[in-house]
Write a protein that binds this ligand. Structure first.
Ligand code: PLP
Length: 376
């Protein structure tokens, strides 16, 4: 029976991670640079706050949009750091940013509607759009990660949504004010919504993070979370703010699918936002050091690679099919993700996550250099 899910592929990044795991089980020495998760532990104050919540009986359902204290703290953060003027009632706490992205797509798109995703783009946007009955229109970003001036040519009478992601997974590119203005103008001229995925906001280097919600709040769904900034990927906690009619629909989806985000986890998230932020800066600086080593190493192999301004990925250009390259690197003991996972125009790149120890990174770079030096 044909259905909505037929065209949704199993996550390619996870599939490659599985293959890597398989080879490791067979005793092969593989260094994996596939997954998008900080290798750091969650800061102790956050763990303690969640443990305390558990011990004090925060084991019941929470209000479906999230506990009021956390919604208020998120609204405060959005106001102070992002220039998005919202109250706690405008915030929806979700089990991860990913869930919020799905809710937004599901709330906005009707069968046959189109959503613009920039290529390269994170793997789950396309899946969330398809699961919502929509169609992804891929628009190639410029090689330096900026957005193409031809964007308006990709808008049709079916377009409802544009998704942006800065800093970008997989390229590490950060959008500047010119990019945001371009998207804001196209959204304004055509009555579109913009979903702004800001999950890597805190992992940023020389550039400055700008939020679309501070430019066109009436059209922007801002999504963020705790997985990256606070090394809380396994906690499954994120949030969104959106124009009221969209937020109400997103809440309905949450109410009828997950009821509420896990109660005690929300107390951990509250501690993350309201507690000391020094661990965020420590992790950022560590990522920056690794980035410098990775980019120097990759360029030293003769590969072209833009300097990522944020997130924890390098996005070198390769000469040929990315899946074949990923397999070749895997044979050499290095797990990378093929660019083809991130859009139809990205088959000439591979992604290397540097959320791994410096020791593994250096070893991995040596193996890659050996492979490339070996006449491949
Ligand atoms: N958005 C992007 C661009 C990501 O890379 C990821 C995780 O890899 C997510 C969202 C998901 O974040 P969360 O763990 O909060 O669901």
């Amino acid at each position: 029976m044909p259905g909505r899910l037929d065209s949704v592929e199993e996550s390619a990044t996870l599939r490659l991670a599985d293959l890597t795991g398989e080879l490791k089980k067979q005793g092969r020495d593989i260094l994996s640079f596939n997954l998008g998760e900080p290798d750091f532990s969650t800061p102790a104050n956050i763990i303690e706050a969640a443990a305390k919540a558990l011990r004090s009986g925060k084991t019941h359902y929470a209000p479906s949009a999230g506990i009021p204290e956390l919604r208020e703290a998120i609204a405060d953060k959005l106001k102070k750091e992002n220039g998005i003027d919202v109250a706690g009632n405008d915030v929806l706490v979700t089990p991860g940013a990913k869930q919020a992205i799905f809710y937004a797509c599901f709330s906005i798109l009707e069968e046959g509607d189109e959503a613009i995703v920039f290529d390269p783009g994170w793997v789950s946007y396309d899946a969330c759009i398809k699961m919502s009955g929509g169609k992804t229109v891929w628009v190639k970003s410029n090689e330096d990660g900026s957005l193409p001036a031809e964007l308006p040519e990709h808008v049709s009478n079916k377009t409802k949504l544009i998704i942006i992601n800065s800093p970008n997974n997989p390229s590490g590119a950060v959008l500047g004010i010119k990019d945001l203005r371009l998207v804001a103008d196209v959204a304004g001229d055509n009555g579109l919504y913009v979903l702004s995925d800001e999950i890597y906001e805190k992992i940023i280097y020389e550039a400055k993070h700008l939020s679309m919600g501070s430019i066109i709040p009436e059209r922007t769904i801002t999504v963020n979370g705790f997985s990256k900034a606070y090394a809380m990927a396994g906690w499954r906690i994120g949030y969104a703010t959106a124009p009221k009619p969209v937020l109400q629909n997103m809440l309905k989806v949450q109410q009828h699918t997950v009821s509420s985000p896990t109660t005690f986890v929300q107390y951990g998230a509250l501690a993350a936002l309201t507690g000391p932020q020094d661990s965020v800066e420590r992790m950022r600086l560590e990522f920056k050091q690794r980035r410098d080593v990775v980019i120097k190493g990759i360029r030293g192999m003769g590969l072209r690679c833009e300097m990522p301004q944020g997130a924890f990925y390098a996005w070198p250009k390769v000469d040929g099919k990315s899946e074949e390259w990923a397999e070749r690197f895997l044979e050499a003991g290095v797990g990378l993700t093929p660019g083809s996972a991130f859009g139809p125009h990205s088959d000439d790149h591979v992604r290397m996550s540097y959320a791994s120890s410096m020791e593994d990174i250096k070893k991995g770079l040596e193996r890659m250099a050996k492979l490339l030096g070996g006449g491949e």
